[in-house]
Design a protein around this ligand. Structure first.
Ligand SMILES: NC(=O)c1ccc[n+]([C@@H]2O[C@H](COP(=O)([O-])OP(=O)(O)OC[C@H]3O[C@@H](n4cnc5c(N)ncnc54)[C@H](OP(=O)(O)O)[C@@H]3O)[C@@H](O)[C@H]2O)c1
Length: 271
């Protein structure tokens, strides 16, 4: 190896160590202000919640998070009635799903389907599309307009606890359309004044997606492989779903709460 190659190798090693150290510092800073979730007796909480005889609806139950969320909710049997609201009828083989109610709606004319949103205590929203799939306008239509209108109808229909799956980095002042749209819809739903509004801001979702999304696949592979160095940059979809359910069981929380990726991991790790 000549002097030039040796210096280049040293510079590269130094740079790699520097980047990993920086990631570790950012990770520490991001985690250090996260409250530790107290130990919980989940079985007792589930039983307590079951006694309340509450009902729920799920928007986006055909999507990856929605499917995982529905599975958690059905398995834990915490609601007396579960309604799926979506643009198409879903079929389930498992007998455990036979009591689900399904309301098929036209999201372009949601006002005509106000009845579908009536009488649910809890609402979960896992709706969403991508700019690649729907174009910029179509993305805003789904991730902002459909989500906000659904929340308005749910509030008018008596829903007291609304859960919104948003995204890490959501910020209504962002210059990125994705983050800005997510931040705007969070803020507008907050203004509706639900008794309780829970916002989840997961990082890159780790899931074997049915649909092909090459950019997401590359991000997942990279972040999945380095999840111990970058634990706040990705999250398994099952953990998000479990966190949404465990958080539902925790009555008496703040009126508006924003759960960042680390807080979702803490809650979703509970068995
Ligand atoms: N992917 C990530 O890494 C990531 C990270 C952070 C946050 N998020 C956010 O998390 C949320 C859930 O993500 P996901 O990956 O679980 O979602 P997903 O698998 O893409 O599912 C999206 C859901 O929205 C419905 N939907 C999409 N376009 C629609 C339309 N035009 N009209 C009616 N319904 C429509 C889909 O219904 P159909 O089945 O009928 O299409 C499906 O139920 C999204 O808001 C996403 O932005 C994602």
């Amino acid at each position: 190896m000549n002097i030039f190659e040796s210096n280049w190798a040293k510079t590269l090693s130094f740079f790699t160590v520097f980047v990993v150290a920086l990631a570790a510092v950012f990770n520490y800073l991001e985690n250090s202000d996260t409250d530790e979730i107290p130990r919980m007796d989940l079985n007792a909480m589930e039983e307590n919640y079951r006694q309340k005889n509450r009902t729920c609806f799920i928007l986006g139950a055909s999507g990856e998070t929605g499917k995982a969320l529905l599975k958690e909710i059905v398995e834990r049997n915490i609601f007396s009635k579960i309604t799926l609201i979506g643009r198409r009828q879903l079929t389930f083989e498992d007998k455990a799903y036979e009591n689900l109610v399904q309301n098929v709606v036209d999201f372009e004319k949601l006002d005509e389907y106000a009845e579908a949103f009536q009488g649910h205590d809890v609402g979960y929203c896992c709706l969403g599309t991508t700019k690649a799939k729907a174009g910029a306008e179509g993305f805003v239509r789904v991730d902002h307009d459909y989500v906000l209108k659904s929340a308005e109808l749910a509030k008018a229909g008596g829903c007291s606890h609304f859960h919104l799956e948003s995204s890490k980095g959501a910020d209504k002042t962002s210059s990125f359309l994705y983050l800005k749209t997510k931040g705007q819809v969070e803020a507008e739903i907050e203004d509706l004044g639900f008794e309780r509004f829970s916002v989840y801001r997961p990082a890159v979702l780790l899931v074997d997606r049915e649909e092909s999304r090459p950019a997401e696949w590359v991000a997942q592979k990279f972040l999945g492989a380095f999840s111990s160095v970058f634990p706040t940059m990705s999250i398994p979809i099952t953990v998000v779903a479990r966190a949404m359910v465990v958080n539902t069981l925790k009555d008496g929380e703040k009126r508006v709460e924003i759960l960042e990726n680390k807080a979702i991991c803490n809650l979703g790790d509970k068995k």
